[in-house]
Ligand binder design. Structure first.
Ligand code: NDP
Length: 443
């Protein structure tokens, strides 16, 4: 593999897709040694096949707002790689959604799903629709119009979406309900469903809980624990809130949360129940926290969240939210571990800096794999037409996160003992996908 030439080729073919190019570069950087040591990969042009999605669908989503005006959004669906199983990934509704972002997520998802050990390929979809400020009826109409096209491409044995930014249990319910009307079948086509209609316990909590489990395992390797640790968290959505919940359960303390308007900081620890009330129940803004606790610090500079002192940093909002300056500040302040709850929240130069400093850093494809892992368990339960209890799912989730941790150590431990989790996750994820692609002929 010649990384430089491959990237030039890829940039020509995918102009302006900066997130996709960034994600591919990061993976190729980690796997190039293994790839070059195994000529059987190049003999079957594996690299060229790996970086091209199997299918991309772009479609119009027309819907009517409450004033009767017709609005047009753009829907996307990327089916990246099905070597290990049906396409599986999230759906994102956010105004920033574009093809590059969804291709990067679907590419990453391929390796993440491989790491879980469950039979799932990689995909991702969404729309440039902003659910913020929309009424329930507007959300319902948008979801139904989106599904009017998507239902043709998904199915329990083909492609099983889940939630992501802007797609929570309400949206999954509306999407699933409309799918069911269109195909006249009640089947496991979504994960993250309500627990009374085919969903799994712990799916909602899984990404955040899984993140806290892998962080704990990292600490245990150093004869340490979560007890008494100060944790910086960005975001205040599904991943952030459930990571915080588990951090508190394990004896840690969360001192920050953020949303796109800014962040809050309280060195004494943030009242999680209040944040949940503001964000989950009332769909409000994080600065409303100050109405009850006016002495809490609030700043509109949401990325300054990383300038505070913390033992652990869990970026859980969105891509490229933790830059070089932030990484340097965390390192200087003695942060022991940065574990990515979001997908690619750390910029490339920040990642490079952290790895050069031999800092504790677990990339999203390992650290946030708990969500898709429980999605995989939900698919299993749907196929078997049964439901495990909460405890059973939690035990399985915990086991999967510990296995992912140990796999990263196996493939990422360097001569001096430092564990490069980025390398470990990428190599382990890649080897399985590569072998399956070779086994299945030309795909
Ligand atoms: P939510 O929509 O529940 O929450 C997202 C949070 O991040 C909100 O607080 C939101 O603030 C903030 N945010 C979103 N976009 C931006 C932006 N451009 N700038 C600043 N803040 C932003 O999403 P999730 O918690 O589900 O997802 C968060 C991250 O975790 C994403 O990267 C997602 O891909 C990743 N992830 C999610 C999984 C899941 O199971 N849900 C699984 C694996 C990864 P605001 O309310 O202001 O928009």
């Amino acid at each position: 593999m010649n990384l430089h030439d491959t990237m030039i080729f890829l940039e020509k073919k995918n102009p302006g897709e900066k997130e996709f190019l960034q994600a591919v570069r990061e993976v190729l950087e980690s796997i190039k040694e293994v790839y070059n040591q195994n000529p059987q990969f190049e003999a079957v042009s594996l690299l060229d096949r790996l970086i091209e999605p199997e299918r991309v669908i772009i479609f119009k989503v027309p819907w009517q707002n409450d004033e009767g005006r017709i609005i047009i959004n753009r829907g996307f669906h990327v089916e990246f790689n099905s070597a290990l199983g049906p396409y599986k990934g999230g759906l994102r509704f956010h105004p920033s959604v574009n093809l590059s972002i969804l291709k990067f997520m679907a590419f990453e998802q391929t390796f993440k799903n491989s790491l879980t050990g469950l039979p799932m390929g990689g995909g991702e979809g969404g729309a440039d629709f902003d659910p913020k400020g929309k009424s329930n009826n507007e959300i319902l109409r948008f979801c139904q119009s989106f599904m009017d096209e998507l239902y043709r491409h998904i199915g329990p044995e083909t492609d099983i979406p889940a939630g992501d930014i802007g797609v929570g249990s309400r949206e999954i319910g509306y999407l699933f309900g409309h799918y069911k009307r269109l195909v006249n079948r009640f089947e496991g086509v979504f994960t993250g469903k309500g627990t009374t209609w085919g969903g799994s316990w712990i799916r909602k909590e899984a990404t955040g809980y899984g993140l806290a489990y892998i962080a704990r395992k990292f600490l245990e390797e150093q004869n340490d624990s979560m007890k008494g640790k100060t944790v910086l968290i960005s975001g205040a959505g599904n991943v952030a809130l459930h990571a915080a919940e588990k951090v508190y359960q394990l004896g840690g303390k969360v001192v920050t949360f953020s949303d796109s308007d800014g962040y809050i900081y309280d060195p004494k620890g943030i009242d999680l129940a209040l944040v949940k009330d503001i964000k989950e129940v009332n769909r409000g803004r994080i600065k409303e926290y100050l109405e009850k606790f006016p002495k809490t610090t609030f700043s509109e500079k949401r990325n300054d969240v990383w300038k505070h002192k913390g033992d652990i940093a869990l970026p859980c909002a969105t891509e490229n939210e933790l830059d070089l300056e932030a990484a340097q500040a965390l390192y200087k302040n003695g942060c022991k571990l940065i574990a990515e709850g979001a997908n690619m929240p750390t910029t490339s130069d920040a990642t490079e800096f952290l790895l050069q400093q031999r800092a504790g850093f677990i990339p999203g494809k390992a650290a946030n794999a708990g969500g898709v892992a429980v999605s995989g368990l939900e698919m299993t339960q749907n196929s078997m037409k049964l439901m495990w209890n909460r405890e059973e799912v939690d035990i399985r989730l915990h086991r999967i996160m510990v296995d992912i941790h140990d796999t990263c150590v196996k493939y990422g431990k360097e001569k001096d003992g430092y564990v490069n989790y980025v390398k470990g996750a990428n190599i382990a994820g890649f080897l399985k996908v590569a072998q399956a692609m070779i086994d299945q002929g030309i795909m």
